[in-house]
Design a protein around this ligand. Structure first.
Ligand SMILES: [Mg+2]
Length: 335
């Protein structure tokens, strides 16, 4: 008789959804973002090992919605096999990332790498509030700051920029993020001003909408201030397409919504790109995956500048236990 040991192959699958209200709403060119919703995945095998993963969708960046991700989790069997090679459609990139992460965490020894705080950029509030908000973040050790632009008239924002640059200590670097919200004329105003600030602006992120490849390329050629693509390259296929079309500026990579982190890593080994690993306000589980990935990517392409991770997001999230590095405790919070 042919015996199959189902017991040894079985992995239990569970998931729990979360919703976190931001301490204050995040204003971007996409609108006002009030809370972060996502899903924690948990795999457990018969050896008592667990693997946690996180699904953190961002629909206005083209991912599945929270309810689509929940529907996907609901149709998954509650017991999986070790050899299960289930495929996840590219239309569910956040689920792709989350399940891959849960499987990886199931079989690896968890060690929580942490970088020095100066390797994390800190997100400033949009608008005038940035003028004072940088100071406690500087005191904590942050040296790279990110400021969302395109939320007020350009003349007003350029005046705030001048004040901010007067206040920021030398040694601070500022990233500007337009979220694709500028028109070409306004983008020229910004870049012209940035060039005159003598490299204190690390880069300007997505000045034009994602469908403006030629416009973005023209800006990149004309100005010294580097341009980073973000909304243009939210999925791995888009990132590859921009690389093959010749984009040699910076790529902002949000692994949690990009799809398979393994395939991203493979691509970066073959085609070293100048990239910034960036958060979409994950819990500690997703956050740790980003740090690990950034360390792995840096190791594989040492010729590129080491850019601060776009991760100084903790101060925007509530004290709800979901930033706990003890993931079992984090999971228990979601009961
Ligand atoms: Mg961005």
């Amino acid at each position: 008789m042919h015996h199959i040991n189902h017991q040894s192959a079985a992995i239990a699958f569970e998931f729990r959804a979360y919703r976190r209200l931001f301490r204050r709403p995040i204003k971007t060119n996409h609108g006002i973002w009030k809370y972060r919703e996502g899903i924690i995945l948990k795999l457990s095998d018969h050896q008592g090992r667990t693997g946690f993963g996180e699904v953190a969708p961002l629909p206005w960046f083209g991912t599945e919605t929270q309810s689509q991700a929940i529907a996907f989790c609901q149709q998954m069997p509650t017991r999986l096999s070790v050899g299960d090679n289930f495929s996840i459609l590219p239309t569910l990139p956040a689920c792709q990332f989350g399940f891959e992460l849960a499987y990886r965490n199931l079989t690896r020894d968890i060690h929580c790498a942490e970088l020095d705080i100066r390797h994390y950029s800190a997100l400033l509030p949009a608008g005038e509030a940035a003028l004072n908000a940088w100071s406690p973040l500087w005191a904590m050790g942050h040296r790279t700051f990110k400021w969302k632009i395109g939320v007020a008239p350009v003349a007003v924002e350029l005046a705030w920029l001048s004040q901010l640059m007067e206040r920021l200590p030398l040694g601070a670097q500022l990233r500007l993020d337009a979220n694709g919200g500028l028109c070409e004329i306004v983008a020229h105003h910004w870049l012209d001003r940035c060039d005159r600030l003598g490299r204190r602006i690390e880069f300007i992120e997505q000045p034009l909408p994602p469908n403006c490849f030629d416009g973005l390329t023209k800006l990149a050629r004309r100005y010294q201030t580097p341009i980073a693509l973000d909304e243009s390259v939210t999925a791995l296929d888009q990132l590859k397409a921009h690389y093959y079309r010749g984009w040699r500026g910076i790529y902002v990579v949000k692994p949690a919504i990009l799809g398979s982190a393994d395939r991203l890593r493979q691509f970066c080994e073959d085609c070293p790109i100048d990239l910034v690993v960036s958060s979409v306000f994950e819990t500690d589980i997703g956050r740790q995956a980003l740090i690990d990935l950034a360390i792995a990517l840096q190791a594989s392409s040492s010729e590129n500048p080491r850019r601060a991770l776009g991760m100084g997001t903790q101060q925007w999230l509530p004290n709800d236990g979901l930033d706990d590095p003890d993931w079992e405790a984090l999971w228990q919070r979601l009961r």
